[in-house]
Ligand binder design. Structure first.
Ligand code: MN
Length: 518
């Protein structure tokens, strides 16, 4: 059976969605999960967009063994040279270059004549081809481009050495039938079309990203570009988990296999949500909280008798496990480390001593420690080794008549600082005091608290959004006390903000948006 290749762009297109920006460390953690998931290609970023992005693409290229790592490049010599420099030590790598081919984009965005656009595309592919055999070309806004011009540009880039032709529906404008016709036409008209791989990159502005990608596959595309949880510019990209499960569940109809380890779909979705602080909606296909929940009694009865009555796929097949009691206060450090590895994390990324201390504290507080609790400890612990701001102690008083007061003890660069402050509630008092101690002036843009597992002794998980000078960062914290969880979440956001604004910082989402993309 033929295979469909999965090209994941969560770290590039996905990261360009508001509130989803990630630190270099978080990107590497996610890249390793994408490798475990079995994606064929990881688009690690846009090397030329900033020195920080360059370093991040290079690190991912060097640490990933089984997936191919690519960088996006505009059709320019400097972008391509920078990507080549970042990736030339990688095990498997390639270059993805693009330029707009629609009348609208050429005239108003590029302000260039079509013939010059075509020459730039050819020159870019030739340049990339000098350094690697794996060159993908994308005519941005392909679905709104003149089909005749598209054929010319694509034919010339194939002559120049492109090995993959990616057809982006950049603005999510096309429909499944149209996409089918477009790919069919291109496969008939483009020079040496049978010698190259056709790929699609569909956006979800009309909710058709997945449907359009599948139509392209029916017409002969053999690579799909997509993202975990469907994140991406505006309404996002086609969602990887939906595409994978559509192809698998309806294999008798589509007739394709893939290299995706479907049991890693849910862990990948979870990890991305933990890192970005952006959850999927409960009714999200495949990975949403309600995707396998049966409310109606008649359905529940049927599913218990035979799951196939109302389930077309099993929760186990996408890696969803029901909460099971795993550990308690007598479990040791080795057992915890083993459990963390079984959950799919790499122990090298984690300060196990720190996690173990937190685990012991948690086991004292809540007796039953579930997988979800350990997962929260681990994901909240990623990058902790380098934290600048550390919470040492927190005391709050609040009530019906008291003025809410917080006393905070923090460590900043090994210096211990203690301060007290007020607020209109205990959380407000704690956050105000932290702001005063750190001297960071940022705006709180969102605040969400939820329980990680069931029961009144469950940990509360708080996620906060903060904004400073156009950079939006999410922070998360978990604790059985939600005021402590709030303080931890706020500090997590401030620590992430600190990394983002110091040293080789990554380009901001608006800087990246200015460079464009497919
Ligand atoms: Mn895109």
């Amino acid at each position: 059976m033929e295979k469909i290749k999965f090209f994941d762009t969560t770290l590039r297109d996905g990261e360009q969605s508001p509130g989803c920006s990630m630190s270099a460390n978080e990107k590497l953690t996610l890249a390793k999960q994408l490798e475990r998931l079995g994606v064929n290609t990881i688009e690690a970023g846009f090397a030329a967009s900033s020195p920080g992005d360059f370093d991040s693409v290079r690190d991912i290229g060097q640490q990933i063994q089984n997936s191919t790592v690519v960088s996006l490049c505009r059709a320019s010599k400097t972008d391509i040279d920078s990507a080549v420099e970042a990736l030339s030590d990688a095990k498997n790598w390639g270059i993805h270059t693009f330029i707009s081919t629609s009348e609208l984009h050429m005239k108003h965005k590029l302000q260039m004549e079509p013939k010059d656009v075509k020459s730039m595309a050819v020159a870019a592919v030739e340049r990339a081809k000098q350094s690697t055999d794996n060159v993908e070309f994308s005519p941005e806004d392909a679905t709104r481009s003149d089909p005749k011009f598209l054929v010319k540009v694509l034919s010339d880039t194939v002559r120049a050495g492109a090995t993959t032709l990616n057809i982006p529906d950049t603005v999510g404008y096309t429909t499944p039938d149209e996409m089918f016709e477009l790919i069919t036409m291109l496969r008939n008209e483009v020079f040496n079309a049978d010698k190259v791989v056709f790929s699609v990159h569909c956006h979800n502005d009309l909710g058709l990203g997945v449907a359009n990608s599948l139509a392209a596959v029916r017409a002969g595309a053999r690579q799909i570009e997509c993202t975990i949880n469907g994140i991406g510019e505006r309404a996002g990209n086609a969602s990887l988990e939906e595409l994978v499960m559509a192809l698998k569940t309806r294999q008798e109809y589509f007739g394709f296999e893939s290299d995706i380890v479907t049991e890693q779909l849910f862990p990948s979705s979870k990890l991305l949500s933990q890192i970005t602080g952006v959850d999927v909606q409960p009714n999200k296909a495949v990975v949403g909280a309600n995707a396998f929940a049966h409310e109606a009694g008649i359905h529940q009865h049927g599913v218990l008798k035979n799951p196939l009555t109302y389930e077309i796929m099993t929760p186990q097949s996408v890696g969803i496990k029901s909460s099971n009691l795993v550990m308690g206060k007598h479990s040791g450090r080795f057992a915890l480390g083993q459990r963390i590895q079984e959950m799919g994390f790499d122990l090298n990324d984690i300060d196990l001593n720190h996690i173990f201390k937190e685990f012991k504290r948690l086991a004292d507080l809540k007796k039953q420690v579930f997988d979800e609790d350990i997962e929260a400890l681990v994901t909240h612990g990623i990058g902790k080794k380098t934290d600048k701001f550390i919470l040492k102690d927190l005391i709050v008083t609040s009530g019906t008549t008291a003025i809410p007061t917080a006393t905070i003890v923090m460590k900043i660069d090994d210096k211990v600082i203690k301060k007290a402050g007020f607020g209109d509630g205990p959380v407000d008092a704690a956050l105000n005091t932290i702001k005063e101690i750190t001297g960071i002036d940022c705006t709180l843009t969102s605040y969400v608290v939820k329980a990680i597992t069931g029961g009144t002794d469950a940990q509360g998980e708080v996620s906060v959004g903060v904004e400073k000078e156009g950079v939006r960062i999410t922070g998360r914290g978990a604790h059985t006390d939600i005021v402590v969880a709030s303080a931890l979440a706020f500090l997590n956001a401030l620590n992430r903000l600190e990394i983002r604004t110091k040293g080789h910082s990554l380009a901001t989402p608006s800087q990246k948006a200015a460079l464009g993309g497919v």
